[in-house]
Design a protein around this ligand. Structure first.
Ligand SMILES: Nc1ncnc2c1ncn2[C@@H]1O[C@H](COP(=O)(O)OP(=O)(O)O)[C@@H](O)[C@H]1O
Ligand code: SF4
Ligand SMILES: [Mg+2]
Length: 346
């Protein structure tokens, strides 16, 4: 599969540094005198680095805060607390003007290509719209040509510039969304479940397209999915999220071959195994129940209400995201960060 080729492990300085990122949405009551009665803790202390040319996969069930992280990274939401650093700049401290210039370099591909494209705009206007906001990137006379180039780059016929979104299939619409994200020549692309709304048959095509473009344009990516199998072939590293927190993070090998957090193990055991013998040997862990409400997360470890290993300590002490003590002296892929008091690798 072409998406697996060309992996790079960069040792360069991170291009993006996220530290203790928090986003709480206020819960209010009362129609006339609205008062805050609580908060939805959508993102609750997320930290990670993204290195140049690297793709970080982010996975977790629906409601874990993945889209909120994406929206914070591209500036569609403002953090309640925490820091997002792009190269040397803390985004929360920049002037409006400086922030606009930085935002050009961090673009997003949205989850649903059916609702994220304005149905009344032609494809040419959609893909060229970013030039209206950043006219310095392409002078007016050049925009049409640039749009046609972008359509070609994402595998669409440049002759389609005057068509409307409804004249395209889901996969083609997502290509239009990708072309729009590339228009300003960004360094970082945040892909929020870009294939979840697509037919299984076209998912691989869109993932392969992203993998190719990443190499061609030297992009760094955050690639969000709710399923570990989707990000497997495109990620250099993977972060697993549960209820607003990262519970395990590591290289693709560390996460897929030596997961140490029960939540990751459960997600992986739900991934179909191609070899029926191996599937028979492996015990499947079935995750029961839904993700609890982020307005009232469990005390201690947030996964404890669904964890088959939970003990008393799990209800009182939140496990830190760190290399577990059990693996402190280990070498190899078991030694990576995992937020569990009883991290094990079987
Ligand atoms: N604008 C908002 N106002 C209130 N709650 C929100 C808002 N956006 C997201 N949430 C809540 O935050 C939690 C995380 O949502 P989201 O980031 O969309 O998760 P995911 O993308 O992992 O499914 C959910 O409980 C969601 O209902
Ligand atoms: S800390 Fe406890 S509840 Fe949380 S994942 Fe580990 S064993 Fe399960
Ligand atoms: Mg989402």
């Amino acid at each position: 599969m072409p998406a697996t080729s060309g992996r790079r492990r960069s040792v360069a300085e991170p291009i993006l540094q996220v530290r203790n990122l928090v986003k709480h949405f206020p819960l209010t009551q009362g129609a006339l005198f609205r008062r805050q009665v609580g908060a939805v803790r959508a993102v609750d202390g997320v930290s990670f680095d993204l290195r140049p040319g690297e793709t970080l996969g982010v996975v977790g069930e629906s409601g874990c805060g993945k889209s909120t992280v994406a929206r914070l990274l591209v500036g569609l939401e403002r953090p309640t607390a925490g820091e997002i650093r792009y190269r040397d700049d803390d985004l929360s401290r920049l002037s409006r003007r400086a922030l606009r210039a930085v935002r050009r370099n961090i673009q997003m591909v949205f989850q649903d290509p059916y609702t994220s494209l304005n149905p009344r705009m032609t494809v040419g206007d959609i893909v060229g719209e970013p030039f209206e906001i950043h006219p310095e990137v392409a002078p007016k006379g050049e925009r049409r040509r640039r749009v046609r180039e972008l359509l070609d780059v994402v595998g669409l016929n440049p002759e389609y510039v005057n068509r409307y979104p409804h004249q395209f299939s889901g996969g083609q619409r997502q290509r239009i969304g990708i072309a729009r994200a590339l228009a300003l020549k960004p360094e970082i692309i945040i892909c929020d479940e870009p294939v979840s709304a697509l037919d299984v048959s076209v998912r691989a095509q869109v993932i392969n397209l992203m993998a190719r473009l990443r190499g061609e344009f030297g992009l760094s990516c955050v690639f969000i999915a709710h399923d570990l199998s989707v990000v497997r072939h495109i990620s250099d590293r993977v972060a697993v999220m549960y209820l607003g927190k990262i519970v395990e993070i590591g290289s693709d090998r560390e996460i897929y071959e030596h997961p140490t957090h029960p939540y990751t193990q459960a997600l992986l055991s739900a991934v179909p195994v191609p070899d029926p013998e191996a599937a028979r040997r492996g015990e499947r862990i079935i995750l029961r129940g839904d993700v609890p409400s982020p307005a009232d997360p469990p005390t201690g470890c947030r996964f404890r209400t669904r964890c088959w290993k939970a003990t008393e300590i799990c209800a009182t002490a939140p496990p830190p995201l760190a290399v577990p003590l059990a693996f402190a002296d280990a070498t190899g892929a078991r030694r990576h960060e995992s937020a569990c008091h009883y991290a094990t690798s079987e």
